[in-house]
Design a protein around this ligand. Structure first.
Ligand code: ATP
Length: 267
């Protein structure tokens, strides 16, 4: 199928223990989507259903995709990553078949997490899609979601957005993206954990993670990864010259933080 190359289907090797900080977010995901899947009868007794969708929202780079992937890993499920922006043209340009085949792929890959990045591209009140009159795509998408919710399948749908308030209320109805979780920029403790995770199993020398975390206010998980990557790039050149791994130091990480500025300050 031509379109399917646009989706990433994988069995993630990461789980919640690879996600730094986010204790509240992980607990919410556990209670709102993992436990309902594992104990459907208990939830049903209180009128709550398993499956359906949740919406992750928050500033870019704070690990929404990473968290969704880790959720799949946590329950040993497949992960299907769909960037709405990337697939929209295909969906609009072709028949309904393509959109349907994505949900079919999910059914064939159970248990799975079906992840939609940038849902607002599809569901924003004033999305370009709606204005161009391609509302049938939106309606079909919602119908497919309802189909999954109704059949109580082992498919978790997770959407991510930076702008939940611009989402059409139709997307927030029961069985659709009816639960919402704020993925916050990491606090000092979270940043410390993320830095430790990013540098784990790498040659380092006496890093003061607490001090580094304090020195990086406003840095997202992606920003912290960028800093570590900058330091690694430099170290690699040195290591190539010397022929043995050279440890990354505090000073180099602080220097990298000077060249890569934080992206989440406005939030
Ligand atoms: P966007 O909102 O733009 O989709 P995002 O919030 O999905 O961005 P990710 O792509 O998930 O951000 O994060 C980018 C990278 O940063 C991840 O692949 C991961 O390596 C690292 N990262 C982000 N947050 C964390 C975290 N909490 N713990 C460990 N690594 C993280």
């Amino acid at each position: 199928e031509e379109g399917e190359s646009l989706f990433m289907l994988e069995k993630p090797e990461i789980n919640f223990s690879d996600v730094g900080g986010m204790e509240r977010e992980k607990q919410e995901i556990d209670l709102k989507i993992i436990k309902p899947l594992q104990f459907p009868d208990l939830y049903k007794a209180y009128g709550k259903k398993a499956g359906g969708g949740i919406l992750l929202y928050g500033p870019p780079g704070c690990g929404k995709t990473y968290l969704a992937k880790a959720t799949a890993g946590q329950i040993q499920a497949e992960f299907i990553n769909v960037g709405i922006h990337d697939v929209l043209d295909m969906w609009v340009g072709t028949s309904e078949k393509n959109l349907h085949s994505l949900f079919e792929l999910a059914r064939q890959s159970k248990p799975c997490v079906l992840f939609f990045d940038e849902v607002d591209a599809l569901g924003a009140n004033r999305s370009a899609l709606r204005q161009s009159g391609a509302t049938h795509i939106i309606n079909q998408f919602l119908a497919e979601m309802d189909g999954i919710a109704a059949s109580n399948e082992n498919i978790l749908i997770i959407g991510a957005t930076n702008a939940p308030w611009s989402l059409d209320p139709a997307f927030r109805r029961p069985g659709r993206f009816d639960r919402i979780i704020f993925v916050a920029p990491p606090e000092t403790d979270g940043r410390e954990e993320i830095l430790k995770l990013q540098l784990r199993n790498k040659p380092v020398n006496d890093i003061d993670y607490k001090a580094l975390a304090k020195a990086t206010p406003g840095y997202s998980g992606a920003d912290l990864k960028a800093i570590v990557d900058i330091a690694i790039e430099e170290k690699l050149l040195e290591a190539l010259q010397k022929g043995v791994p050279q440890p990354i130091t505090q000073k180099e990480l602080l220097k990298a933080a000077k060249t890569h500025k934080p992206t989440t300050r406005e939030w």
